[in-house]
Design a protein around this ligand. Sequence first.
Ligand SMILES: O=C(O)CCC(=O)C(=O)O
Length: 259
Amino acid sequence: MTADHTAPGTSTSASYRTGPLGESGFVAPVAWAQPAQAALATGRVVRAIRATRTWVMVDPHLDYRWAREAATSPGLVSAVTTVLGPDVAIEGSRLVAKPYGEHFPIAAHRDGLNESLHVDPDRSVAAWLAFTDMRMGRGSLEIRPASHRTGYAAEPERPAPDTDTGGPFLPMTLWGGEAVLFDMALEHRSASNEYGFYPRVAMSLRFVAPGAIVRRRANAPAPLPVAGDPHVWPVREIPNSRRSAPGSAPTASGPQATP
Ligand SMILES: O=C(O)CCC(=O)C(=O)O
């Protein structure tokens, strides 16, 4: 395989990348709201969940004011532009609410590379926003520090044998209103909500800098610019021969509806 056929963020040997967030591949906590604001937003999320009868929403930042306000909060956007530079857009988002007591784990995966999306992890960053407090047993995000260093080459369940980045998953302990930024190629997962008797609510976002998008599904909504020049978002297409990257879509085996 020549360098010409190696997609951004992939590695085929023991060459490691560092990425925009450094050796650990994550930074936390990043404040995106005051606790009271996060609680207010959670109330709106719960109303939307009841109205739509779904625990998982795709791209809520396009449809809901509470999601747009959270995604564009000054604290969050400032942290993202510090990492990616002045021009930043939201490529996509996902809201996951987990009802108390339901079996609803999300399997280990990496963001930014699946059958309908490929973004360059060196020009993008993922954010996970806690709306509710994320303490022990609440089904918080668990990340595997430094697992991004192999790029997209290593599957979550089967790290490449030449890596030394394997380690335990680290549960994120966050208050509502706090976020974690992490490398698109960092392995992460979450468990079921087994504590607290009320839903746990979080929203994940994919932020991109210009040139980060390698491939997206044809009908994907345009990236939403949130900082800098809004006229810099051409989608860079890649040849069909390079569209066979291994999928890494998360599998949520929990409830998809009926809140
Ligand atoms: O909110 C969660 O439990 C995890 C969400 C996630 O991993 C994702 O959207 O990629």
